[in-house]
Design a protein around this ligand. Structure first.
Ligand code: BGC
Length: 245
C-alpha cells in the first residue's frame, strides 16, 4: 500500500510517500521547519502543506511527539500546552481532507525497525530510543508494541525530565562535543537498562546518523544497534500506522 507518512518533530515536520509492504520510501523526504509557536492549528497547516506538496489524497499516517491515546494528545511533550486534550487525527483531517491515523513518534519509528530494520525477528524486550528535540522510546515485547513508553520523562538532577539534559536539543543548546553529550546519553541508557531490562536497544532519531561519532562512549551491558533506517524510521513507521485505514 502506498501511504503518506509524516513525522512530526520539535524542529521539523517531514513527509514522504512510503510503500508499507516493503518499508521503502518512494519519494524524496520533504521537510518544513516546525512553527516556533508549536501550536496545534499552525502545525496542522504545515501537515496540510506537505500533503499539497505531494498532491496527495488518501490515508495519512502520522508520528506525533507526545503520548497519544485513542487519538487524543495526553501530554504536551516539547510542544505547546494547548495540544493536551486535542484529538490529533481529527485536527489533521480537518486541515487535509484525508483520513489520518496518529501514533507516538518513537512507537512509529520502532514499528519500522521491528518490521524491516535492526529489530527484525528480534524477540524479548526491544527498546528503541530516538534522539531529537526530546528522547523518545518505543517498546516491543516479543514483536508486539507496548505503546507510549516515556523514558525521556525520568526526572534527573535539577531537570524536570532527563531529555532536557541528554537530547540532541540539549547538545545543541549547550554546544556540547559528541564526547560530552554521549556521556549524558549513556547515563540515560543506563537508566533505560535499569528500569526496563531490555534484550536489545536500538538507537534512532536525527542523531543516530552520527552513531560512528559517539558509539565509542556508550558503555552499557545490553546489546545496542543503530537504527537501520536512521531518522527515516519515523516516516516509514508513521505510514505503517495508516494501513488499518
Ligand atoms: C515526548 C515523547 C516523544 C519524544 C520524542 C518527548 O518529549 O514526551 O512522547 O516520543 O519527545 O519526540
Amino acid at each position: 500500500m502506498e501511504v503518506l507518512g509524516i513525522d512530526i518533530g520539535g524542529s521539523g515536520i517531514k513527509g514522504a510517500l512510503v510503500n508499507t509492504e516493503t518499508g521503502t520510501m518512494l519519494t524524496e523526504r520533504f521537510r518544513i521547519p516546525t512553527p516556533s509557536s508549536r501550536k496545534p492549528e499552525e502545525m496542522a497547516e504545515v501537515v496540510a502543506q506537505i500533503v499539497r506538496h505531494y498532491n496527495y489524497s488518501g490515508p495519512i499516517g502520522v508520528g506525533f511527539p507526545s503520548i497519544v491515546k485513542k487519538g487524543i494528545c495526553k501530554s504536551k511533550g516539547n510542544l505547546h500546552k494547548s495540544w493536551v486534550g486535542v484529538h490529533v487525527p481529527e485536527l489533521f483531517e480537518k486541515h487535509t481532507g484525508c483520513p489520518v491515523v496518529v501514533n507516538n513518534d518513537a512507537d512509529a519509528a520502532a514499528s519500522a525497525e521491528m518490521a524491516f530494520g535492526a529489530g527484525k525477528d528480534k524477540k524479548g524486550l526491544v527498546m528503541m530510543v530516538t534522539i531529537g528535540t526530546g528522547l523518545g522510546s518505543g517498546a516491543f515485547l516479543d514483536g508486539k508494541l507496548i505503546p507510549n513508553f516515556e523514558l525521556g520523562q525520568i526526572p534527573y538532577k535539577n531537570y524536570d525530565k532527563i531529555e532536557l539534559w541528554a537530547s540532541a536539543a540539549a547538545k545543541e543548546k549547550e554546544m556540547l562535543s559528541f564526547k560530552k553529550w554521549a556521556k549524558r546519553f549513556n547515563t540515560f541508557l543506563k537508566y533505560v537498562e535499569l528500569i526496563t531490562a531490555p534484550d536489545l536497544i536500538i538507537v534512532g532519531g536525527g542523531t543516530s546518523k552520527d552513531w560512528e561519532r559517539f558509539s565509542e562512549h556508550i558503555s552499557i551491558e545490553t546489546p545496542i544497534l543503530p537504527a537501520e533506517f536512521l531518522n527515516q524510521a519515523g516516516i516509514i513507521g508513521a505510514a505503517m500506522g495508516a494501513v488499518q485505514l
